[in-house]
Design a protein around this ligand. Structure first.
Ligand SMILES: Cc1ncc(COP(=O)(O)O)c(C=O)c1O
Length: 365
């Protein structure tokens, strides 16, 4: 029996996901003891300190009971944070989990999905797994979406879904409200706005969160970035009420554990910690940007990472930093980047200082 033959062609034809190198791998490979990871847009400040209190209060007997499908405590905390009405909010195992359910809900084999590229890779995975047809539209020179082109193509191709990632991973900038509004109002289709980095953009007053008023808009957010809870796996989205009813049929029955819901609610309500994270990220990001701009082209960022041009050198540049104990993201695996760009997460001051010294040793030796 050829076991592989049982696997769907859509999966067999996909390349496996290549995660970035781990800290342990780099330590062993280069025989170094101090390694800094600035590759996954994680939050270096960690979650709210109030979260540890939640763990202390957990009654382990409760672990034998299934949680609520969408824990009410969490929906309330999301409403307080976003002003989205909780009747329209869904939660899942990370925003990736929410998007997976959205695909189950909406996307049939052969359906068209528009992606402005380069963008977050998991959209490509979802398109490939579902057998949908991805329509890729290049961004403009400033890396913003080409709204006119998207509207023109959508008219012709009649897509089921358009993804807009704002701020976009890996290009870092948030979209203009006018561009997004034009797409939402002109295209007869659903638009998924991914605001995984929305809190960072919010700090600059340019979040797109008011777009939830439109029936054809779904906005996704996550606890993984500004709230420093990537390991907790909690994401959420706001969508039309009618669509939420259908979503409930498509989701796994208990996507978020009670512990995760309590931890996430506590973190969402700790405004002080969020403000501390956003303030430090902003000052470090701008400091790093000025320093890096001495040697490289750094694009404007509204998030917790920088998108940097390295002209055909993404592999060697990433390797050079790795040898010096710094892991960054080579963007060559992002469709539409070539070998020309890297993505660097903004770390804590001391981590960024190590990066700056390493760059001095590369460019000023
Ligand atoms: C743009 C974007 N969307 C979604 C996600 C996934 O978030 P989560 O950890 O909630 O699944 C990420 C994670 O890096 C991301 O960069």
């Amino acid at each position: 029996m050829e076991i592989g033959n049982f696997v769907r062609d859509e999966i067999k034809n996909m390349k496996p996901y290549e995660p970035g190198k781990s800290i342990d791998y780099v330590k062993k490979k280069y025989g170094i003891t101090r390694v800094i990871k600035l590759a996954s847009n994680e939050n270096p400040y960690g979650p709210s300190p109030l979260v540890s209190e939640v763990f202390k209060k957990i009654d382990i007997k409760e672990l034998s009971r299934y949680p609520e499908t969408f824990p009410s405590e969490l929906l309330e905390a999301i409403e307080e944070h976003t002003e989205w009405p909780s009747e329209r909010v869904v939660v899942g195992a990370g925003m990736d989990g929410v998007m997976e359910t959205i695909f189950r809900l909406l996307i049939d084999k052969g359906d068209r999905v528009i992606l402005p590229i380069p963008t977050y890779q998991y959209y490509h995975t979802l398109i490939n797994i579902s057998g949908a047809k991805g329509i890729f539209i290049e961004r403009k020179e400033d890396w913003r979406i080409d709204a006119e082109k998207i509207i023109e193509v959508a008219e012709k191709e009649k897509p089921k879904l358009i993804f807009i990632c704002s701020p976009n991973n890996p290009t870092a900038a948030a979209e203009n409200k006018e561009d997004v509004k034009a797409i939402v109002e002109s295209c007869d289709t659903l638009v998924f706005i991914d605001e995984a980095y929305g809190e960072y953009a919010d700090f600059d007053g340019i979040s797109l969160k008011n777009f939830f008023e439109y029936d054809n808009v779904i906005i996704g957010r996550t606890m993984s970035k500004a709230f420093g809870l990537a390991n907790l796996r909690v994401g959420y989205a706001v969508l039309n009420e009618e669509l939420k009813k259908e979503y409930l049929k498509a989701t796994t029955p208990f996507p978020v554990s009670t512990i995760s819901a309590l931890v996430a609610s506590t973190a969402l309500r700790d405004r002080n910690h969020l403000n501390f994270v956003l303030k430090n990220n902003l000052s470090e990001r701008e400091r790093l940007k000025v320093k890096l701009s001495k040697w490289l082209k750094v694009f404007p960022s509204n998030s917790n990472f920088l998108f940097v041009r390295v002209d055909g050198q993404s592999k060697t540049f990433t390797e050079e930093l790795m040898k010096r104990g710094i892991i960054i993201r080579d963007c060559s695996s992002f469709y539409g980047c070539g070998y020309n760009y890297v993505r660097i997460t903004v770390g804590k001051k001391e981590e960024n200082d190590v990066l700056i010294s390493a760059l001095e040793s590369i460019f000023e030796r």
